[in-house]
Write a protein that binds this ligand. Structure first.
Ligand code: SAM
Length: 292
């Protein structure tokens, strides 16, 4: 059975009386080439543990399972669980968890799956065709909770992918770009037109692979100060840095100007022009002023 065929999706809807939920971002993938590109980009090996976000009917799950050691598929919609169980019945290495991915304790899940097929597991690879409304919180959950994942291969709205990849100075460069690029290197996997989903969404999508860095690209004295500078700077992105950062970590405007000067950053610049290295230098100069 071709799970990704629109005729299969329609048949499943009828057989189970399943109603596609718009609010849960249910746009099912119907293109085998795109499925192959996503799975191919993950370079799966028989000792890998795959964590899938939102398996839906299981089109990605069914391709990953034969190549990976185990696939844990986390699906929020309880109405999809019996369908998914039936669709995955040929695989003995797929575990289905009916939970909200945002609320799941992933560290626990990973601890319980340290051993696969009697051997220490290899890499942890996260994948998903993400519901648009929740893409950023899901990515930030994985990164901020320091989930020991090696890579995150995900489909998202093209506009979000553009923001993640953006370089300093571009219109789409913002807090999400700096945060993701701090934790990961970013690789383009595919551009995906809206026509390959059922039902069809309003916008095109893109697939990115985020490889989680083993070492951070910049040295920070206090990571929370770095993120506070990013949040404040982009929170008022039209303002100059001396204005947008005024009050950050309790610093006065004068102290902010001093910190910018020490970091070699002109105070009339805007956050959208600052590279990762410059944000790091600035954050470290802010830290020394908090301590004074
Ligand atoms: N992977 C399937 C595919 O490619 O056809 C389905 C993708 S669909 C865009 C998103 C899936 O994520 C849906 O099955 C939806 O029910 C599920 N979902 C939405 N919010 C979720 C959440 N917070 N946690 C887990 N799954 C979620």
């Amino acid at each position: 059975m071709k799970l990704y065929a629109p005729s299969t999706i329609k048949e499943i809807k009828e057989r189970y009386g399943f109603k596609i939920s718009k609010s849960l971002g249910q746009n099912f993938l119907t293109d085998k080439n795109v499925i192959d590109k996503i799975i191919g980009a993950m370079n799966l090996t028989p000792q890998d543990l795959v964590i899938e976000i939102g398996p839906g009917l299981g089109v990605l799950t069914a391709e990953a399972a034969p190549q990976a050691g185990k696939v844990i598929a986390v699906e929020i919609d309880k109405n999809l669980i019996p369908i998914l169980k039936e669709n995955m019945e040929d695989f003995d290495n797929v575990e289905i968890i009916n939970q909200d991915f945002i609320k799941i304790n992933l560290i626990n899940v990973l601890e319980q799956n340290d051993i696969i097929n009697g051997q220490k597991r290899d890499a942890v690879k996260i994948m998903g065709n993400l519901p648009y409304y929740i893409t950023t919180p899901i990515i930030m959950k994985i990164l901020e909770e320091r989930i020991p994942a090696d890579s995150i291969t995900i489909m998202m709205q093209k506009e979000v992918a553009d923001r993640i990849k953006a370089a300093p100075g571009s219109r789409t460069y913002g807090a999400l770009s700096v945060a993701v690029q701090y934790y990961c290197t970013v690789t383009d996997v595919a551009k995906v037109p809206k026509e390959v989903f059922y039902p069809q969404p309003k916008v095109d999508s893109a697939v990115l692979r985020l490889d989680v860095r083993k070492e951070r690209p910049v040295k920070l004295i206090d990571e929370s100060v770095f993120f506070a500078c990013i949040k404040n700077g982009f929170g008022q992105r039209r303002k100059t840095l001396s204005n947008s950062l005024s009050g950050v970590c309790g610093l006065s405007k004068e102290e902010v100007k001093d910190a910018l000067g020490e970091a070699g950053i002109d105070p009339v610049r805007r956050a959208e022009t600052l590279s990762l290295d410059e944000f790091a230098a600035l954050a470290n100069c802010v830290v020394s002023r908090i301590a004074k």
